[in-house]
Design a protein around this ligand. Structure first.
Ligand code: PGA
Length: 247
């Protein structure tokens, strides 16, 4: 098991909160988690700031990620953020295809594939969010849905690249309604099988996201095959994140 914790800070975290998170980390966690990778994903405008601050405050032990990127490599697309530019401000990871992007900005798997492709070209690891973004609740239907998605991405991305898949049940995001552990385990086995069929060397990591907190982590960590967690609300306060990591 890899211990990857990706903090999706959405639009909630400003400079003051970034500083207090990094200082709390430096005071309590520096050198504590040898096998743990923490990736923080602030909004675009604070990426460079967070990277500069983490170098000084946490001595480079926290990684920086973005919450999204443009589906275009470069060009006249006002307001868009290119993957290459994310690399220049220190991003090593980027979340793509989050449920909120799919629901509110109508992104589909073709758009997410374009983003993941540009990220890989820029040397950034894409964290591809999968799972139905609304409506589907039946476990077998979800298994089929994610299998199709993983097959689509694996078929179209460079086989040798490292990709992270994050399964997030839409009803769990921000809401506390986590499906049963059996259901999640079943869905993960479909994701792993689909990914490994295309790349037996298994460079793909698989994460869970959606209402991960100090309480849910206890059972979530019992699911075999989870390489890490995508954490929203509970990742803003470093103490809460620390409790999740150290459980
Ligand atoms: P949550 O968000 O942990 O607040 O449910 C997770 C996410 O949106 O990735």
């Amino acid at each position: 098991m890899h211990n990857l914790y990706v903090c999706n800070w959405k639009m909630f975290v400003d400079c003051a909160l970034i500083d207090s998170f990094l200082k709390a980390y430096a005071a309590e966690a520096l050198n504590m988690h040898q096998n743990t990778t923490i990736v923080v994903c602030p909004s675009f405008c604070f990426l460079g700031y967070t990277n500069d601050q983490q170098k000084v405050i946490t001595q480079n032990s926290i990684k920086i990620g973005a919450q999204d990127c443009s589906q275009f490599a470069t060009g006249a697309y006002t307001g868009e953020i290119a993957a290459q530019h994310l690399k220049q401000v220190g991003c090593l990871y980027t979340i793509v295809g989050h449920v909120e992007r799919r629901k509110f900005f109508h992104e589909n798997d073709e758009i997410v594939l374009a983003k993941a492709t540009h990220l890989l070209c820029a040397g950034i690891t894409p964290i591809i969010c999968i799972g139905p973004f609304e409506g589907i609740f039946n476990v077998l239907d979800i298994c089929m849905y994610v299998k199709k998605q993983v097959t689509f991405f694996m078929r179209n991305l460079d086989k040798n690249s490292t990709v992270i898949f994050a399964y997030e049940p839409h009803q769990a995001i921000g809401a506390g309604e986590i499906p049963s552990i059996h259901a999640i385990a079943e869905i993960f086995s479909y994701i792993k099988t689909a990914a490994y069929t295309f790349n037996p060397e298994a460079k793909q990591l698989i994460m869970y996201g959606g209402s991960v907190d100090e309480h849910s982590i206890k059972t979530l960590k019992t699911i075999r095959g989870i390489d890490g967690f995508l954490v929203g609300r509970a990742s803003i306060d470093f103490q809460k994140l620390k409790n999740i990591i150290s459980y």
